[in-house]
Design a binder for this molecule. Structure first.
Ligand SMILES: Cc1cc2nc3c(=O)[nH]c(=O)nc-3n(C[C@H](O)[C@H](O)[C@H](O)COP(=O)(O)O)c2cc1C
Length: 209
């Protein structure tokens, strides 16, 4: 019984965190302490990975001038992509407008973490490679959320058409390391409601499709 009393509250807190995690794109300029950042990164490192290879590498960027340099290829490629997109719904347009504004404000975001995979430490299949980094990224975002911080995952700088070559050069990321995504982190300047998602009946198949 004592085990139940200890375990239940923390289980509830974890589920609350999962159920309220949102992508926040407006941040206060308040700095994040080293202690909090350490907790966030340690939480990321507890994730599962293929054969426990732990192929993640995180580049933590705090320097505003560096963020401004990184922004250039990410914003340029994003705007080029937007220019070519047609027939967007108003809701999607709103999300893209917010995404663009966050990207334009990159220098003012307290911390940006480039989440990378060391390809020399993980199997050759694309699926296993990415499946070995995203659990860590989700842990990172949940831990930040638990500490009152907000996050937004983006894939800017993570593919050849999203400025990855320039981003890697600026950060000095070696050839055998792939940028998987990045996470903007800061104290939220906005309060968002719970995530809007499809009900499970729409996508759960029992026993067979
Ligand atoms: C693989 C992936 C790529 C994403 N790329 C971007 C992005 O480039 N820019 C952005 O602002 N948000 C990005 N997001 C955040 C999504 O837009 C967001 O999760 C989605 O709109 C749902 O909103 P919510 O998380 O607030 O519920 C990305 C999320 C994922 C998982």
């Amino acid at each position: 019984m004592s085990g139940v009393r200890v375990i239940m509250p923390s289980e509830m807190a974890l589920l609350d965190g999962i159920n309220s995690l949102r992508s926040v794109r407006k941040f206060k300029p308040d700095p994040i302490t080293d202690d909090k950042l350490k907790t966030v990164l340690e939480s990321a490192s507890k994730a599962a990975s293929g054969s426990n290879t732990q192929p993640w590498e995180f580049v933590v960027v705090r320097d505003a001038k560096l963020k401004a340099r990184l922004k250039e290829p990410m914003l340029r490629t994003w705007l080029a992509r937007l220019a070519g997109s047609t027939g967007m719904s108003p809701r999607m347009r709103d999300v893209y407008d917010e995404a663009t504004e966050m990207l334009r404000n990159t220098e003012t975001v307290p911390i940006i973490i480039y989440c990378c995979v060391d390809l020399s430490r993980v199997g050759k299949s694309e699926e296993v490679r990415y499946a070995s980094i995203y659990p860590a990224v989700q842990n990172l975002m949940l831990a930040a959320h638990a500490l009152g911080l907000a996050t937004c995952l983006t894939v800017h700088g993570s593919t050849p058409t999203r400025g990855e070559p320039e981003v890697k050069k600026i950060l000095g990321v070696p050839e055998h390391v792939k940028v998987a995504c990045l996470v903007y982190i800061g104290y939220p300047a906005v309060r968002l409601g719970h995530p809007k998602r499809k009900p499970i009946e729409k996508f759960v198949h029992n026993d067979r499709w």
